[in-house]
Design a binder for this molecule. Structure first.
Ligand code: ZN
Length: 324
């Protein structure tokens, strides 16, 4: 599986006359705009690599990870049906396999070489990367997410549990990143949200819920203050300051994005035609990677079916707001 390049060209958004609306759902690249991405089931299972991080005791690390799942469900539970489920830590690698992994990288800030790919190394300013694997073939399954993995940059950052009034000491040559702040943001990507403003790492086909390109991050001062704050105070805002904690709590706008994707309202849910959305089971890749055009209904799995996916390697929680 080839992984898409992490950096794409900056596209300048035209803001004049557009209402900034903040939340942005990640979309397929077919059509204009593409189909917004979504998980087919009613649950997403998330599992940490048991190696954890040398920055924190394992018990504390895994407790924070579970807290991050809860952060989203506390924010959107009144209007979203999607449940984030925690699987016990195990030795895991982050790749396309139907297991949604959280993995700290502390030997090199790269995705390791596998059978088809060489090492893919990431931007040192990125505290974490979430890769979302979704069907992107223009079929009736377009936008369906099959796998998502979060990798955390333990080379350039020290992950901490920030406590008010306490100044943690980072490892040499690293910046402080609050683990809960970072991971709550990444779990927004895992559920299918993109960033609230457009920068060099944004996908060209990103649009907000009004069908407009998100405003450029370096042009937010053109917007009314309330609109700026809606974008910059969101958990899915592109940037974070060292030791920041406000992304621990998804904003109403972040929750609106999840509820747009996974509405608990019966009529809205029915309108999305997702027969598997009532199920809480681990993802069966074969079920969704049969030849395009098949329905979602149960049936024999066809071996050798083409896997049509778009691999995203993106992130962008940066320790310092440094722009080129
Ligand atoms: Zn991000």
């Amino acid at each position: 599986m080839k992984r898409a390049a992490a950096v794409m060209a900056l596209v300048c958004a035209v803001l004049v006359g557009a209402r900034a609306s903040a939340y942005v759902r990640t979309r397929s690249s077919h059509g204009t705009p593409g189909i917004p991405s979504y998980w087919p089931g009613g649950c997403v299972f998330i599992q940490p690599d048991s190696a954890g991080t040398p920055d924190l005791p394992s018990d504390q690390t895994f407790a924070i990870i579970q807290k991050c799942l809860q952060n989203w469900m506390s924010a959107d539970g009144s209007c979203s049906y999607l449940q984030l489920m925690y699987d016990a830590p195990a030795p895991l690698e982050a790749h396309y396999d139907g297991t949604n992994v959280i993995k700290f990288r502390n030997d090199k800030w790269c995705h390791p070489e596998d059978a088809e790919d060489k090492d893919v190394c990431y931007d040192a300013q990125a505290a974490a990367i979430t890769s979302v694997f979704m069907i992107n073939d223009g079929s009736s399954k377009d936008g369906l997410i099959l796998d998502a993995d979060v990798e955390l940059n333990d080379i350039n950052f020290t992950f901490v549990d920030v406590t008010p009034g306490v100044s943690p000491t980072p490892k040499p040559n690293t910046s402080i990143a609050d683990l809960e702040n970072t991971l709550t943001h990444e779990l927004g990507h895992l559920q299918g949200l993109s960033h609230t403003c457009r920068d060099a790492a944004s996908f060209p086909n990103d649009v907000d819920e009004n069908g407009q390109p998100p405003p450029a991050c370096d042009a937010l001062d053109m917007l009314p203050t309330a609109e700026q704050l809606k974008i910059t105070e969101a958990t899915m805002y592109n940037f974070a300051a060292p030791g920041e904690t406000k992304k621990r709590s998804p904003s109403p706008d972040d929750a609106a994005g999840i509820c747009n994707a996974y509405p608990s309202d019966p009529a809205a849910r029915s309108a999305l035609h997702r027969p598997d959305s009532m199920q809480c089971v681990h993802t069966d890749l074969n079920r969704y990677t049969r030849p395009s055009g098949c329905d979602f209904g149960a049936g024999p799995v066809e071996s050798g079916a083409p896997i049509l996916l778009l691999a995203f390697a993106w992130l962008v929680l940066r320790a310092n707001r440094r722009r080129a």
